[in-house]
Design a protein around this ligand. Structure first.
Ligand code: B12
Ligand code: SF4
Length: 517
């Protein structure tokens, strides 16, 4: 069969595509786990943001796929719906399969027959998708495939869930990067790739989708397999690699062994990015951080979440962000930041502001912390992603004010606190954060001078979009700039100029109601 796998073009405010365009790790993994005789093409549409429709059309015309698979996060739902409708208009008989976080955790959003989805792969997809493609090819029934919902006429059949795979046993084959058909992956001018070393997490932070997605468990790929995977990415040209594990710092001994193995294999001239928890980094940083540096690690995304204790309790992120001392529990954010920075690592600080009981002072305290200690801010608002405990709490307290999934991009405040409107929360973050980003430019310049010389101006223009000369000289209020920025952002979300089939239904329903009354 010919299979086209797509990831969505929608990008995140803190990873602007001028500087950061990463491959979606899921798609290469799915490609690698299909039977080898299939012709598979992977297209990350973040590489074609300005020409999504043309790119998809030319891929469909050229490949004539039997099946198109889409990987979708919640804020990409509307883009995916439009794309499916567009693809069907080009090739009516194509099979459409959706997977990833949104179809897994909000499958009901994908069952309306008007959407044209044939199958929903829920949870880990590598084995489920292989079995689905086999069954389609051999015209076998789909009823025995765990982890699958599939269409039968107007009804979506729901098979039981699938157990997570054992990575230690070799259930998951290596990714197939050669299936990628678009180019331009970058991390500030260095070709970028993603590698997994483990899957899962045993914590249960209330805002995170991972537990609902796969339960509380942690599986590790053997270190030799990880090294071979990094070498494969390197051979394909990667000079910057993001380790996309859910939580690599759950097993620090193994993480240290991985750093040693990277050094031993001579793969330490690559720039690595990784995400981790503050508590183990604070506790083991004196040995871990210099080792990471020698292995080539450059950016560490720290899940700080919040510097205030009450907020950490709400986020259920206290255990991973504090440690017990004789005089009580202390927040480990600062210790982790300090030890990483002392050893030359750059801290990307993940914080969440706008929690249910946040007042102006709580938001300001977190922004102040970021301003003082963080190299690149990755500050978000609590976003009610499907199936998370946090979503249930926000809903039960009536604090969700925006139910448009396309605005669930993490930097649009879609919930209010008991004391603050969402616009106020978002405005405070937006105003503080832009200047924090400017501070990172000198460090970026020292590492990648040519890229910054060529693109620095565009990066600044992106960070400060909405700003005009009038606002620079003080003739316009910051609020006006903020409103302009928000409308630019709204326009940017229109990645595919094709009607959303569900919106059309709403419109025609309204028309029908109007005609009847
Ligand atoms: C790495 C990562 C990123 C990287 C992305 C790099 C890249 N291009 O892939 C960066 C840092 C850029 C990023 C950014 C964001 N991310 Co992110 N990210 C992750 C993370 C840590 C791992 C994802 C991953 O690669 N896993 C490895 C692959 C192999 O697994 P997988 O993606 O789950 O794919 C499997 C299945 O889902 C399924 N599958 C997936 N797609 C498809 C498609 C088909 C057709 C099929 C059949 C199956 C299938 O099969 C795959 C193989 O088993 C997760 C989870 C976590 N613990 O936080 C969050 C996560 C996916 N991110 C999330 C979000 C919200 C975002 C942001 C909006 C904001 C943010 N919180 O940072 C931005 C937006 C991204 C963008 N497009 O611009 C949410 C998604 C929630 C949701 N309901 O949509 C997650 C779950 C974190 C959370 N908050 O809970 N992210
Ligand atoms: S530690 Fe990280 S991966 Fe684990 S539940 Fe918390 S946010 Fe999610």
């Amino acid at each position: 069969m010919t299979i086209l796998l797509l990831s969505m073009p929608d990008a995140f405010e803190h990873t602007p595509t001028i500087a950061i365009r990463m491959p979606n790790g899921a798609l290469a993994s799915l490609a690698g786990n299909l039977d080898p005789h299939h012709h598979v093409a992977v297209a990350d549409l973040v590489l074609a943001q300005a020409s999504v429709r043309q790119t998809v059309k030319s891929l469909i015309d050229r490949l004539k796929p039997d099946l198109v698979g889409l990987s979708v996060m919640t804020f990409q739902r509307v883009t995916a719906r439009r794309l499916i409708a567009f693809i069907r208009s080009l090739k009516a008989d194509v099979r459409i399969v959706v997977g990833g976080y949104d179809p897994s955790l909000a499958p009901e959003a994908w069952t309306d027959p008007a959407l044209g989805v044939d199958a929903i792969v829920r949870g880990e997809g590598d084995v489920t998708f292989r079995e689905l493609v086999r069954a389609y090819e051999q015209q076998q029934p789909l009823t025995a495939i765990a982890g699958l919902w599939f269409r039968e006429g107007d009804v979506m059949r729901k098979n039981p869930s699938r157990e997570v795979s054992s990575l230690e046993r070799g259930d998951i084959r290596p990714p197939r990067r050669s299936a990628r058909v678009l180019s331009g992956y970058t991390m500030m001018g260095r070709q970028a790739d993603v590698v997994e070393t483990s899957r899962g997490c045993t914590f249960d932070c209330s805002f995170c989708s991972i537990i609902e997605m796969r339960g509380r468990n942690f599986h590790r790929f053997p270190i030799e397999r990880v090294i071979a995977d990094i070498a494969d990415a390197r051979a394909g040209g990667a000079r910057s690699i993001f380790l996309v594990d859910d939580n690599i710092t759950l097993d620090v001994n193994r993480f240290e062994a991985l750093c040693e193995a990277i050094i031993e294999a001579g793969l330490n001239r690559i720039d690595y990015l990784v995400q981790g928890m503050t508590a183990p980094i604070a506790a083991r940083g004196e040995t871990l951080a210099p080792l990471m540096r020698r292995a080539g690690f450059r950016y560490v995304f720290l899940g700080i979440e919040n510097v205030l204790d009450d907020d950490l309790v709400f986020l259920k992120a206290r255990a991973k962000n504090s440690r017990q001392r004789a005089d009580g529990r202390i927040n480990t954010a600062l210790a982790a930041v300090n030890v990483l920075r002392r050893h030359g690592l750059i801290v990307v600080g993940g914080l969440i502001v706008g929690n249910p009981d946040d007042r102006r002072e709580s938001v300001a305290a977190n922004l102040e912390f970021a301003k003082r200690y963080i190299d690149w801010p990755y500050i978000q608002h609590p976003t009610p992603y499907p199936g998370t405990p946090m979503t249930r709490e926000f809903e039960s307290r009536g604090l969700v004010v925006n139910t448009r999934p396309d605005e669930y991009d993490g930097t649009t405040a879609v919930t209010r606190s008991a004391h603050l409107d969402p616009e106020e929360i978002e405005f405070m973050r937006w105003r503080a954060e832009r200047w924090m980003k400017v501070r990172h430019l000198p460090a970026a310049f020292r590492h990648d001078p040519i890229f910054i010389l060529r693109n620095g101006r565009r990066m600044l223009a992106h960070t400060f979009r909405g700003t005009t000369w009038r606002s620079v000289v003080g003739l316009e209020a910051a609020r006006d700039v903020f409103e302009r920025y928000r409308s630019i952002r709204r326009r940017e979300r229109q990645y595919v100029d094709w009607p959303d089939p569900l919106e059309r239904i709403v419109v025609s329903d309204r028309a029908a109601v109007a005609a009847r009354s």
